[in-house]
Write a protein that binds this ligand. Structure first.
Ligand code: UD1
Length: 352
């Protein structure tokens, strides 16, 4: 059996690694790893492959950055001949980035089976590019691997037949479980003892200067009470430079490798983020998470986990953070099937 994996952006890598590893143990499975090149900086891509023990991609489409249409179209144009040449039995796509939807479109038109890992998540907010990517990918996929029950329900409401849906749990947690022991040994010397860890990259927060300015001002206020550690995504770095707000007192850094970031996350007093995956990782780790968004496609992190949505409400952000600093953080638990074995369950279905 020939399996192609298509990955492109940082959050894809920790989802694909466990599936690649699980399928490697199965008989008669040949795997091809294709990197679209959506993320291309060494600290957004290469270091993740190394730390996650992923093979070097067999093919790199080297699409780079662009508008949504350009990036998606470039991936499609460059991927089509590769899939046509390899003639896979199935193509696995991950998450909700432009690489995911581009690959699903190419394969659906070539009548190649598509498996979507992390299917069924919905923010119900179509102003998010990722929501469009999720909706389209799930309509095209033949196998839909969901991380939680809400995913199954969303898909059924959209008319996806039950036979296509496989609740396998959260594959990203597989990578976390595997690398947490290494992260526990990882030094965070040079970082403050007690800190709030921040990540920001959503267009709705960083591309709008008023929103970004408001968030940066809130971070400067928070930094007077607890040190703010902020590894800055390239997109956000560009926007901050354009705004010119001085952030000298914050602990800014380049984007961090997986293990170092996991170490910082697991030791943080609180995490402030607009990422999807970090809402899940903090829930698993039991670390309080304040999400700077009005909605989440991962509601289980709010209902069962440690996540609280604070939107763009600065007062709410400060008051929820104050509760955490005062020792009244929200407690939670890991949802069912977030157990480090999702990759194996996916391999069972793919090979079944
Ligand atoms: C993408 C995903 C988002 C995911 C995020 C994780 C889509 C629509 N969005 O957003 O869901 O949460 O990745 O990071 O697919 N850049 C670099 N170096 C890189 C990559 C990007 O400098 O290696 C810069 C470029 O200027 C680029 C900008 O960052 O224009 C944005 O990158 P892009 O891949 O378009 O989207 P992300 O914001 O990273």
């Amino acid at each position: 059996m020939k399996v192609i994996h298509v990955v492109g952006a940082r959050p894809n890598f920790m989802k694909a690694a466990p599936v690649l590893a699980a399928l490697k143990t199965r008989q008669n499975v040949g795997q091809t790893l294709i990197h679209t090149g959506q993320h291309y900086d060494a600290n957004m891509s290469d270091i993740f492959f190394q730390q996650l023990g992923m093979p070097i991609p067999d093919v790199n489409l080297e699409v780079g950055s662009g508008t949504h249409a350009t990036q998606t179209a470039d991936i499609m144009t460059r991927l089509e001949p590769v899939v046509t040449r390899i003639k896979p039995d199935i193509v696995l796509v991950y998450g909700d980035v432009n690489s995911t939807v581009a690959a699903a479109l190419v394969c659906a038109k070539l009548r190649v089976r598509v498996g979507h890992v992390e299917a069924g998540l919905r923010s119900f907010d179509r102003s998010m590019p990722e929501e469009i990517n999720r909706l389209v990918t799930d309509q095209l996929a033949d196998l839909l691997f969901t991380p939680s029950e809400d995913g199954d329900q969303n898909l059924q409401k959209e008319g996806v037949v039950l036979e296509k849906i496989h609740r396998v749990g959260n594959v990203m947690i597989d990578s976390l479980v595997q690398l947490l022991p290494l992260a526990k040994k990882c030094s965070t010397d040079g970082f403050p003892e007690r800190y709030a860890l921040v990540t920001l990259h959503r267009p709705s927060n960083v591309d709008d200067s008023a929103s970004l300015k408001g968030i940066l001002e809130a971070l400067l206020e928070i930094n007077r009470r607890i040190a703010v550690v902020f590894p800055v995504h390239p997109r956000t770095r560009q926007r901050i430079a354009e705004l010119g707000v001085p952030l000298d007192n914050l602990h800014l850094s380049e984007p961090l490798p997986y293990v170092e970031f996991l170490a910082l996350q697991s030791r943080a007093t609180a995490v402030l983020t607009d990422s999807g995956g970090i809402q899940e990782e903090t829930t698993y780790l039991g670390v309080p998470c304040l999400t700077l968004r009005n909605n989440t496609e991962r509601p289980v992190t709010v209902t069962m986990g440690t996540n609280i949505l604070v939107g763009q409400d600065r007062q709410k952000l400060i008051s929820e953070l104050t509760k955490i600093l005062d020792g009244h953080a929200k407690r939670g638990q890991a949802p069912p099937l977030w157990d480090g074995r999702a990759g194996n369950r996916i391999a069972d279905v793919v090979c079944g």
